[in-house]
Structure formats: structure tokens, C-alpha cells
Design a protein around this ligand. Sequence first.
Ligand SMILES: *[C@@H]1O[C@H](CO)[C@@H](O)[C@H](O)[C@H]1NC(C)=O
Ligand SMILES: *[C@@H]1O[C@H](CO)[C@@H](O)[C@H](O)[C@H]1NC(C)=O
Ligand SMILES: *[C@@H]1O[C@H](CO)[C@@H](O)[C@H](O)[C@H]1NC(C)=O
Length: 700
Amino acid sequence: MWTLRIFSLIVSLQYLSLAADSVQQKFIRGPEDKTVILGEDVLLPCRVENKVGMLQWTREGFGLGSDRELIGFPRYTMVGNDEEGDFSLQIINAQLDDDAEFQCQVGAAEGVKGIRSKTAMITVTVPPEPPKIVQGPFLLTTAGKSVQLTCEAHAGKPPAELSWLGGDGDVVTTNTEYETQELNDGKRANAILRWEFTPTRKHHLKNFTCRSENPALKQPALTTIRMEVKYAPEVKLTVFSESIAENDDVQLTCEVEANPADVIYKWYRNNEIIAGDHTTHLLLNRVSREYNMNNITCEASNSVGNTKSTKTLKVLYGPKIKTFTDNIAADIGGEVCLSCDADGNPNPEIAWLHEESSSIVGFGPQLVISDITPKKAGKYTCRITVPGFPEISTDVMVYIKGPPTVKAKPVQYGEMGQKVEVECSIYSVPSPARITWTKNSQVVEIDNTHGYEIVTQPLADGVRNLLIIHNAEKSDFGTYNCSVWNDFGHDSMLISLKRQEHLPTLIVIAGVIGGIFFVVSLTVLIILCLRKKSLSKGKEFGSEKQGKPSDTVSSRGSDLEVEIRTTSSLPNDNDRCWDEASDTGTQDYHKYSESSSRPPSVEIQRTNGYGPYMDYAARTPGVVSRTSYYVDETGFLSSRRQQGHSNSYIGSSHPDLLLPQRAHVSSRDRMYSPTFSSQHYITVLPSQVGFRTDALATNV
Ligand SMILES: *[C@@H]1O[C@H](CO)[C@@H](O)[C@H](O)[C@H]1NC(C)=O
Ligand SMILES: *[C@@H]1O[C@H](CO)[C@@H](O)[C@H](O)[C@H]1NC(C)=O
Ligand SMILES: *[C@@H]1O[C@H](CO)[C@@H](O)[C@H](O)[C@H]1NC(C)=O
């Protein structure tokens, strides 16, 4: 001890002697704050000039000792050499204890003050334990249900900085909560980061990563959790074709994503389940117009829930008439409203044409015609167009109310003992108030015992009036008066019913007898001639010569046939023969139209300027076939043979042609019965084409 004292005294004296007057001790280099990772080494420098006093390091104010080995602190050493005055403190394998304030102090000596370095702080950082996700490596959850993910990194110093990285690698900044919990050592702390979120189906099979950072970590530590999100089906309903036309097949596809993928499909039409097996596809065969604006729904369900997706179908379809006015009777100066409503997609355009002007007189489903004049009467056509479809039209007649008119053949024929019909046509708008038959100023009573029957058949703007006399007697032949009254007046016509002399039969018989007589005379003449010739010529030529006369005979015979036929059709100059032979007439006429391949001109009976043609076939089925014409879409008049009932126009004395349509139908029915079928058949009657057939007959 003493020796030490003496030694230091000597040193001090030496200094004194060297530096003459008191030279102060001085730090050439002092310690600075340092940060060290747990387990690493650190050096706190301390170099002193003119060191006289004793040097020692303090930790948290406590001296560590003055010998360089620093006994008692095995990881501490004062390194350097005395000459340089270097007493740097070396700490190896830094521990949490080392996380403290250090100071280098040099004691005072005679005339020399002690000095202290500035306090240097050693910070020991501790890497946190690897981060852990409390929920584990997988999380099975359901879309829409909120979950909390918790990441913890324990015992870091400073506490770990934690962050959640979403599926796409972005740092989650919302709905997170960070917390630290200091450990008992007062130095380290656990870090906790909670993240609350609601998974959706897009999070399914995504990894979420918890990142832990701390100065002691060379690189961030990561841990991930894999999400398994169960979700109700997501449905995307697609229609194969956007533009659907009527009668197209429509395919709908229900694209579904779902977890779990066991999906049950259901299809609905307007919320009503569609019958059949339900899969991802729905095929609607030949959709009708009823499907337009219908909602087709695909419903997909799994254990999580169900989802529906709906498409509204848009079906394009051609026009179809919904409602239209019947023929209408108008007062002069009055007003009528014609209506014609049609359905179609896209919405139909409705235009009205008037026959007289054949120009468009109005648009829309309603046409009001006011201040009616005869010029404004006639046929109105409602023309309906839907883009992309053939147009359709329907006609409505506007008749002007007025006195009735009667038309009839002034002379009509009947056979004794047969059923005889007397016919007149009555044109009357409004419908007749009264129709009578009178004979010799006496009203003909309907008397079934006597065999009178009155039958009326409706026409478009009138009535066909028939008086039927069963088993006609001599007294039944005479003059009949067909009379009609309506609110506007009266008309009548006298019809003379005559007994029919069976002229055609007589002529046929006469012709046949004449023909036979002619043939017989001719044969006799030929035989006589032959006999004469065979007598004058040689016998060897007889066989050759015999052929010629026989040829002559046959050719003459065929001429005869023609003559006979011609004779039988002679009485055709009388109109009523067409009535009798109406069937033949129709057939001939039909042949004619085929061979000429040109439809004959159609002559229609006219009154007030309107043709009262109607499709009776649409109304009553019958037996007699007749030719009808219709205007097809190309605008050509085509002819075809149609099985229809015997029309009222055909012959007045044909026994099969009577219709069971009795007189007392309601007046409206009679007048405005369903008139124009949508196909627009124009019934051409033999009587109307009679002039043609006449021409044919004369050509034969
Ligand atoms: C998510 O992590 C798993 C391992 O946990 C890995 O197999 C998978 O490839 C990762 N997926 C993505 C998208 O990174
Ligand atoms: C179709 O769905 C629409 C909208 O949901 C609704 O307004 C409409 O009434 C539905 N149509 C039918 C025919 O159910
Ligand atoms: C027919 O009879 C009615 C009365 O029933 C009469 O008014 C009319 O003048 C008669 N017609 C003819 C042409 O005689």
C-alpha cells in the first residue's frame, strides 16, 4: 500500500517537475451513447491527458474498480495502455445489465482536480421472439362475420413494431389496435397487434402476414395466417343472346362461385319455380311472346346461404291485333271512333288509311272521324307495323245510316213440286226494322204446314232474304214483293217467280234424237256408197278401201259429241243456270285460273261504294268446296280451293246450299258480325265471276 502511494506520489512529482506548475487532467476522448444488440460487444472510449488521479468507470453511479481487469465484472475490461492514457471500457456479450449509464472518472491529486466524462448511455436492444398469430396458421371463417386477428411478439427491447399485411401485401391501417406489456425486468416488453375485420369472399385462400420489426432484428420477422372464407354463392346470370325473337330458343347460364362449392340451383319464372331438373343452365325452347318482360331468376344455395340473380327477358315479336272495332254505322254529321289495338315488341306503330284517299288519315290505336259525310264513309284500314316483322292490317267499314235498298233478280224460276227459293238482297244501315214478303198484296206468313220458310242471312251491311217454298204448287208462282223498312225509310222490289220449263232437258233429248237420226242416215248413206264402189272396182283393193270409211265414221262421231255438248250448254245465256250448275262453274273457273296462271278480275257487288265481301268459311263449317282468293304477303292474288260451307251467294235453287242460319239473330250480329278474318279471304263467288265462265263456255 505504501509502496503504491509512494509510487503515485513519485509519478505526481514527476508530473509536477515536468509540467512545472499544475497541469490539469483532460479527456482526449470520452464515451458516447451507444446501442448494442444483446450479446454483441461494445467499447466505450476514455482517453485522458495528464492523468494524475485514479481512473475508474461507473455504471449507474457505482464504481466498477480501477484495475484494468475489473474483477467482479467478467465481461468488462479496461483496454488500452497507460502511456496513451487509454482506459476504454470493453463490454463483451452485452446483456440487459449493461443497459445503463456509464461514466469515466479520474480522481483528483495535489493541485489537480478530478474530472468526469459525460454520461454515456448504453442501450441494449433485444430482438423479440418470433411473432405468433394467436389464431394459428389457418382460420376458417364465414364471409360477413367479423373476426379478430391477433399477432404477438414477446420480449423485445424496444417492444416489436407490429403490422398486418393484407392479402395484397399492403399494410393494414384501419381497425388495428397496438398494445405493449412490459416484462418484469422493466426492460423488455411484449407487443400485441389486433386487427378486426370482416372477411369477404375475396379473402378466401388469402394469406395475411404479421410483420415484426425491432432495431435488434436485422430483418423483419414474418408469420402468416391463411384464411379460408366460406361464402354464399355469388351468382352471375347471363342470357346467351341479348336480342330474342319469338320462337327462339333461349339459354340462360348461372355462373356461380361459392365456398363450399356444393351448390343447389333453382330456376324461377316470375317467382314461380320452373318444373324440371335444375342445373347451371336453363334452356327455354321456342319462347313465346308471353315471355316478354318475364323475370327469370337463378337461385343458388350452399350451406352458407342463397343468392338470386334475375334477368328480365325481352322478346321481340310481330304485331298481333288485340282489339278492333266492328264495322260501324254512322249518322251523317256524326262522329265515330274506330279503334284498333295491337300488341308487339317493339311497340307497334298504328296507321289508319282510308280507302277513298288511300292516304294515311291518322295514327295511333284510335281514330276519331267527326262530321261524317258520305266521302268519309267506306273502308278504313288499320295498318300495324313492328320493325323487323311483316306488317298486318285489318279493315273496318264505316257505313252511313240511310234508307234501305233492295236488289234482286226481277225474274226467278222454280219447278213445280220442288223446293223453290225466292231471293232478294237487302242493304240497310242501320239494320232493317222489318222485312216482309208479300204476294198479291198479302203478307206471306211463315207457315210450316203450308211449307213457307223465311231465312235471312247476314251480310256485312245488310241481309240476304230468302223465301223458301217447299213443294211449290201452281198458285205459288206469281209476283212477290220483297220489302224492307229501317229507321230511315223503306224500299221494295217485285220479283216474278216463274215456272221453269225444263228447256235444257228438252233440247238435250231433241239433240240426242236428232244425233241418232243423223248417224243412222249417214251410216245408211255410206253403206250405199260403199256398195256402189265395191261393185265398180276390183275385189283385190277391197280391204284397203274398207279402212277409210271407218275412219270417217269415227271422226264424224267425235264431231257429234262436241255438238251434243255444245247443245247442252246452250241455255247458259240465262244467268240462273249458273246457279244450277254452280259446282261445275266453280271447277271450270278453277281450271281456267290454273291454265292462264292469272287470277281473274274479281267483280264485287257494290252498294254505297263498298264491297260486302266476307269470309263465311270462318264462321260456319260446311260441305261444298269453292274457290277463294286471298291476298298473300307478296301482294299477289292467289287462288286456292277451299273446303267451306256453301255460301249464301251460290245459286238460289241449289238444294244443298241452305245455311242453318235463321232469321232472328240479334240485329247487331246480323249487321256487324265478325267480318274480316286476319287472313283477309276474299270469297269469290261463281255468280260474281259468271261473265268469265260465260266467256269460257263460248270458247268451247
Ligand atoms: C399462403 O401461405 C401458404 C403457407 O402458409 C403458402 O403455401 C401459400 O402459397 C401462400 N399463398 C399465397 C397466395 O401467398
Ligand atoms: C320483374 O322484376 C321487376 C323488378 O324486380 C318487377 O318490377 C316486375 O314487376 C317483375 N315482373 C314480373 C312479371 O314479375
Ligand atoms: C210492296 O209492298 C209494300 C207494302 O208491303 C208497298 O209499300 C210497296 O209499294 C210494294 N212495292 C211494289 C213495288 O209494289
